[in-house]
Write a protein of this length. Sequence first.
Length: 309
Amino acid sequence: MSDLVPLPASVDETLSLLETGNYVGDRALATALFLSLKLGRPLFLEGEAGVGKTEIAKVLSDRLGRRLIRLQCYDGLDAATALYEWNYPRQMLEIRMAEAAGADKDALARDLFDERFLIKRPLLQALEPDAAGAPVLLIDEIDRTDEPFEAFLLELLSDFQVSIPELGTVKAPTPPLVIVTSNRTREIHDALKRRCFYHWVDYPSAEREMAILKRKAPEASDRLAAEIVAFVQKLRAAELFKAPGVAETLDWAAALVQLDAVALDPELVDSTLGVLLKYQDDIARLRGSEALTLIQTIQAELSQKPLGI
């Protein structure tokens, strides 16, 4: 059995863990994450799409050397898909083979619900012992599911166990490290939130977004990076249908670097808005004179202060 990477012992160590994973977090996030890990409680992360909620689970998995088990939520997700299913084709084959061999029917009925016929889905996998330590369980975009699925999760998130009628109760020997995310497309029931520690992941400040950009897109020049961050920050203050997240900022920076951009100009912005914005009404509103005005404004502002924002 390999040596386990210890969990961070303080908020400062948690900040350091995030930083070594190239995640630029703030102290409030590090505090919530530290307490979640220390006290063995799920961490519920809520915020707009693209602000880095999912990335936190990936960084935890990578830096702690734990397996990442991801349950991607969607409309219509049910317990069978998330927890387990019985391998019916294999069970039927077993029945036919047993009948052909003249096996005892009572014994066969008991054997049909043996673990070898169980198809383990993400939630059940997360409760299994692991030599590398308890896995990181990411329940991603819980707001895409419905209330019955939320209710199904309550036992798992409070006691780290699930009940399988044919096998009984399955309990994790060591609780997984649970991250639950929501883009807040709907409100999540209080019963689920009460089982978790809560943290709102907001859009980053200009300073933090600049730090993120320099880490994730170091190829961008200082001038280009400063103009990108200033442009995106102003877009988030505008009345758009969907403001760009950090993920879109990074995509835009990567696209502009590929186009050999050293600074923003109206033609370049107009031709790449589809990387940054995802709704045609937002693109149409910004394209042309609006983009020109915005570029002129940020370039004038940046000329009055250092490029590091």
